[in-house]
Structure formats: structure tokens, C-alpha cells
Design a protein around this ligand. Sequence first.
Ligand code: 5SP
Ligand code: FE2
Length: 229
Amino acid sequence: MTRRLCLETWQHAGPVVLPSLLLCDFGNLEREVRRLEEAGVKALHLDVMDGVFVPNLTYGMPIVEGLRRLTDMPLDVHLMIQRPEKYLRQFHSAGADVLTVHIEAVEDAQAILGQIRDLDMGAGIAINPSTPMTRFEAALPYADLALVMSVEAGFGGQSFHEIALERMAHVRRVAQKNLLIEVDGGINTKTIARASSAGATLFVVGSAIFGQSDYGTAVSELSALAKGV
Ligand SMILES: O=C(CO)[C@@H](O)[C@H](O)COP(=O)(O)O
Ligand SMILES: [Fe+2]
């Protein structure tokens, strides 16, 4: 999908629930993708961790590339790695549609976001709950997506940090109107409505989907709560 099409789709879609595949069954990746498609999922969130920027190690381009062959859904790739600028082209070739880098991991956010856009991917900038907002806020004009973390990046299954709510409301007030706000970490049936009221339209969900036997019911409940119904 082109950058423009992917972003426009999300801007006009209303709330979008993006399963984080961190907690899926990697021994049955194709089956997991089909189950998610049947559940009505429209995009996937992929957590790339390097064991250096965060104390956990997941996967890289081969899994992104494998998923690209399995589905046409947009792939939203969350890079939790040092020196992300070294790998932008490779993630593009693997099939990423949106690439998000952490403000804590980059020196020149404006330059990297520009490089991501030049590769025709949506450019996201993420911030951990413990990081001051100043540099993040300065980077927003160069981003398509602001990823407000509601847990410290690194692991699925953590509890939601309330600070994300005021941060999203602040971003909504100060940033350009078409900036997408995504929230990630501890999103479940208890937290998603408040995250939606605070301004998020993209909701990353790991354990609250993969911990359920029926993905369809989990995704429908979460979507309804995010819509306020
Ligand atoms: O980026 C991350 C963690 O660093 C996330 O995408 C999590 O994987 C979400 O999992 P839950 O908090 O929903 O279980
Ligand atoms: Fe994530």
C-alpha cells in the first residue's frame, strides 16, 4: 500500500484495533493471520526488539517479509532498536507500510522521519512513559503518526500507565490535525475507552486479544468500546 493510501485509510476509518503479534503463536503464523482476518482485523502491529534498546529480543525483517507474503493488511512496524536509521530500507523492502522509531533511540528525528517518508512509508515517532516530552513534541511536525506508549517498551502484558492519557490529549491539542495518534501497552476492555476519549484512533492490543480463545469477540468488544458504543 502507498504511504498516502495507508494514512488516508486510517485517518477516515474511525478506531482501528491493531493486534500486536508479540504474543501470537509463531509456530502457526499463517493460521494466526487467517484467524485475525476472520476476526475483522484490518492491520497488524509488529514489535521489533533488539535486546539493546530494550531488554528483550524478538524478530526482524524475515518475519515482516513472511507476513507480507501472507496478507495484504498494512504492516505497522514498531522499531525498539538502537540506530534504527541503519535498517529503514531493509524494513521497506520487507514490506513495512508504517515504520515507527523511538525518540529515545534517535539523535535527529526530523532527518529519520524524512527518510522514512522518502521510502514511501508512514513515519511514526514513539515515546516511552518515562521520557520527557520536549524532543518528541518538536518531532511531531515531521511525523505521520505519534505512538504514545502506555507501558515502557519491551514486553507485552504490562499494566497501562495513566500518564499516556494526558500525553495523548496534549498531542491532540498541539499537533497538526491529520497526525494519527496510536497508543500501545496495556490496552484492554478496561482502558480502551479512556484512551479513545484522550485522542487515540489506533489501538495496539497484545494480551487482550491473544489471551482470548475467540479473537472475533475480543476485537469486536474492543472496537465497540473505542467507538463509545
Ligand atoms: O510495543 C509493545 C511492548 O513494548 C507492545 O506492542 C505490546 O506487545 C503490547 O502488548 P499488550 O500490552 O497489549 O499485552
Ligand atoms: Fe508495540
